[in-house]
Design a protein around this ligand. Structure first.
Ligand SMILES: *Cc1c(COP(=O)(O)O)cnc(C)c1O
Length: 408
């Protein structure tokens, strides 16, 4: 890879070669961060060359991605999700310039497709035919879908609490699925042991440094869609921390490449019932403390975050802010997104918007700020919580009298 110089440990700083199967630091076990030759990238990538590209997937930013190419296998269409100008929602939240980046529009309906598409390509580079992960749901369903498209097998470990919609996707994509009776932490541990035992490719965001590189494409798109004029803030929901780390990395890459002149401040949103990263960030420490997983937003119910270092760095280095939201605030943001904008979000997908609402109301961000809120997952994945949020329809007999009564 001409554009990649190596992988640097986020804890001890050691640099190792970036091989397809590189996972954590061989010395201290820290998570690695892929490093680029920005001078080379600057010579290859600019606004003009980008404008001319017809590729409408995340791979249009090839110079900034740690792959040799994507080969000839069939791929799902991942990335290039819509960025909607959300005037009505902005009005309701008191924010003058608001956009919604709807990543629920990815092929398996979450932002995780960006990481899984990357993982599948790296697994192929490593010569693997089976790829495995543990997940609260979306990493798993996206892996299953992207693996199925490329003709790889997937082995998936999910906590038993995962919503039905996500499990249905897994089964439909033909993955081997293990529902683990236990927390996400237990699920992660058993998957790691199994990957060791059977030598599969490891798609655990906790240790695979390439996944964040896939996720960062969401920021590359936001920048391009806004004509490289950066918003003041980008709101994102946080569980393991890989997503917010990726959002930051994408902006940092563009900054280093000279395509943007400032990095937006990140709004890190967690659920009040499970907010170890925000608690540490707010206290200005890297020493996070495990928490229980008490929230309806299953995708961000992560009591033992796997990517705390990159997440905390992203918040600190972007001069970011932290907001925690209750389940009621999340359910209410789901309704707001749906009824004001026609965007259907799962609870974790609406959490960022819930946090943004709270930040605007409490004066944490300025009224004339420009903001992008990322919807990370589609609401059809978790229909039970959608109904909890939006309520049940009116029952009628098939008679006009009932309707007339209703409209009177
Ligand atoms: C995974 C996920 C997140 C959070 O990403 P992390 O990398 O775990 O912080 C947020 N929303 C949805 C819908 C997700 O699937």
């Amino acid at each position: 890879m001409k554009n990649v110089t190596g992988a640097r440990c986020t804890l001890c700083g050691k640099v190792v070669p970036a091989e397809p199967e590189t996972t954590v630091c061989p010395d201290c076990g820290g998570i690695l961060d892929i490093e680029y030759d920005y001078e080379y990238i600057r010579s290859e990538l600019g606004r003009k060359p980008l404008e001319q590209r017809t590729d409408r997937t995340m791979w249009r930013y090839m110079e900034l991605l740690p792959v040799e190419g994507i080969g000839n296998r069939p791929r799902l269409r991942v990335g290039c999700s819509p960025l909607y100008k959300a005037e009505k929602l902005g009005g309701l939240l008191g924010i003058q310039k608001l956009w919604i980046k709807d990543d629920g529009q990815n092929p398996t309906a979450s932002l995780k497709d960006r990481a899984s598409a990357m993982a599948v390509v790296k697994a192929e580079e490593a010569g693997k035919t089976t790829i495995a992960c543990s997940s609260t749901g979306n990493a798993a369903s996206s892996l299953a879908g992207n693996a199925a498209a490329a003709g790889l097998s997937a082995c998936i470990f999910v906590p038993a609490r995962a919503p039905k919609g996500k499990i249905a996707q897994l089964m439909m994509f033909g993955a081997r699925v293990f529902l683990v009776d236990g927390s996400y932490e237990d699920t992660f541990r058993i998957s790691a042991e199994a990957i060791d035992r059977w030598g599969w490719y490891n798609r655990n965001a906790a240790i695979n440094p390439y996944l964040m590189e896939g996720k960062k494409t969401v920021s590359l798109e936001i920048a391009e869609q806004l004509g490289f004029v950066m918003p003041d803030y980008v709101a994102v929901s946080v569980g393991d921390g890989c997503t917010i780390g990726g959002v930051y990395k994408g902006f940092k890459d563009l900054y280093e490449t000279g395509l943007i002149d400032r990095i937006p401040r990140l709004i890190s949103v967690q659920a009040s019932g499970c907010c170890p990263i925000n608690t540490a960030a707010a206290a200005g420490t890297m020493d996070w403390v495990p928490q229980e997983e008490n929230t309806c937003a299953d995708s961000i119910a992560v009591g033992v975050p796997r990517n705390p270092v990159k997440a905390l760095n992203a918040i600190r280095e972007s001069n970011g802010i932290t907001v925690n939201v209750s389940d009621e605030e999340i359910l209410s943001a789901m309704r707001l997104l749906g009824s004001s904008s026609g965007v259907f979000a799962e609870p974790a997908g609406a959490a960022a918007t819930a946090g943004l609402k709270k930040a605007a109301e409490s004066g944490l961000i300025e009224k004339d700020a420009s903001v992008v809120t990322i919807v990370t997952g589609n609401g059809l994945k978790d229909v039970n919580n959608a109904i909890r949020s939006a309520g049940e329809p009116v029952h009628i007999r098939p008679e006009m009298a009932d309707l007339e009564q209703y409209f009177r």
